[in-house]
Design a protein around this ligand. Structure first.
Ligand code: PEP
Ligand code: MN
Length: 375
């Protein structure tokens, strides 16, 4: 059971204390509090976990601090939808809105290799009206002898250049607790010229200790990749680990599934799950066409398969796209074969726009359908 308290309820207030004490006395259940900090208000949610079947819902709804009571399913307690349309979906971070109603593009380098390439990338983004990017500093590689990323040494110039070119949010993968500290310290040192979303890669989707660590901090939102060899439900539970530790600012990313049937794509594109994740949870949903397709192959219509996969995600309602670009893909130290060229960026963005408009038109169809049902 989930209780939504009146907005901005003060924990020192009589109403809160009375409500809290009543809940603490309930038998066979555990009480967990979760704060949602919005721009205008703070919302307190209280989860009653355990055997709630014998609880008197009316009595709980009548407690002084309680605004409403929602019955929740066992799964995805915090991030789930639970058939409640009023709960907020999404969040704002560093001036950028993330929700199930909009779309943000994160085009950038799979791995930072040189200052020059970072600058060329950021400059191209600014010229094309973009304020978000991806920049890999810590790269989890299959082969221990492959380039592992520049790590913390590249952060100062990545952040400074982001500031110079008006980039507000960078998605950076982290694989260890100390990476979060390094990012936080470097942002502080450089005067916070930009913001960071902590990316959790597919290989760490069930690294529960890493998830808990990222969940315990409130400074950065998280972008969780779907695990490449686990069920959707297992990946959504991984997201719930972040939320259950206190950080519900989570974006869920589809990036294709590992199976030999995906050939000639790197991973089996799973973007038909965009609306499924939106139905089951309140998370904005990202797609990563680069790591799904894994090549610059072109279909007979002249469009790259990465463009096609991107459009498939967006036309299904995706809220974010994480896509690899590189000024000189041949020189890229990681994933060069799937990177798009900088001069393809404006065309890519135009294609994104076409797909987004098509999606919005499809939503109007849904409204038409709903009004017919009401007749
Ligand atoms: C990446 O986005 O750079 C990456 C390594 O992706 P994934 O975790 O999906 O393989
Ligand atoms: Mn990559």
């Amino acid at each position: 059971m989930l209780l939504i308290l009146h907005p901005n309820t003060d924990e020192e207030s009589q109403e809160f204390i009375e409500t809290w004490n009543f809940l603490l006395d309930l038998p066979n259940v555990q009480i967990k509090k979760h704060n949602v900090f919005g721009q205008q208000q703070t919302l307190t949610e209280i989860y009653i976990i355990g055997d709630t079947s014998k609880l008197d819902r009316e009595e709980i709804a009548a407690l002084p601090a309680v605004e409403r009571v929602i019955r929740i399913s066992q799964e995805y307690r915090i991030l789930g939808r639970h058939r409640d349309k009023q709960r907020a979906v999404g969040f704002d971070y560093n001036g950028v809105h993330f929700s199930q109603d909009n779309l943000n593009i994160f085009a950038g380098l799979c791995a930072v290799d040189s200052t020059e390439h970072v600058e060329l990338m950021m400059k191209a983004l600014q010229e094309n009206g973009q304020c978000c990017t991806r920049m890999g500093a810590y790269k989890p590689r299959t082969n221990p002898y492959s380039f592992q990323g520049h790590g913390k040494t590249c952060l100062p110039y990545v952040f400074e250049l982001a500031g110079k070119y008006g980039i507000k949010v960078i998605a950076i993968e982290v694989t260890h607790e100390k990476h979060i500290e390094e990012i936080s310290a470097c942002l502080e040192q450089t005067g916070r010229p930009t913001g960071v979303i902590l990316q959790i890669g597919t290989r760490n989707a069930q690294n529960f200790e890493l998830l808990k660590t990222i969940g315990r901090q409130q400074e950065f939102p998280a972008l969780l990749k779907r695990g490449f060899g686990i069920t959707l439900s297992e990946s959504l539970n991984a997201a719930e680990y972040l939320a259950s530790e206190g950080n519900a600012n989570v974006i869920f990313c589809l990036r294709g599934m590992k199976t030999s049937f995906s050939e000639p794509h790197r991973n089996m594109v799973d973007f038909s799950h965009v609306p499924v994740v939106q139905r089951l949870t309140r998370m904005p949903v990202c797609v990563d066409p680069s790591h799904s397709v894994g090549s610059r192959d072109k279909s007979p219509d002249g469009l790259l398969e990465v463009f096609h996969a991107t459009a498939q995600g967006i036309i299904a309602g995706a809220n974010m796209v994480l896509v690899d670009f590189h000024p000189v893909p041949k020189k890229a130290l990681v994933d060069g074969p799937q990177a798009l060229y900088l001069d393809e960026l404006p065309i890519f963005l135009e294609d994104v726009q076409i797909a987004r408009e098509a999606y919005l038109k499809r939503c109007q169809l849904a409204q038409k359908m709903a009004s017919h049902e009401g007749e």
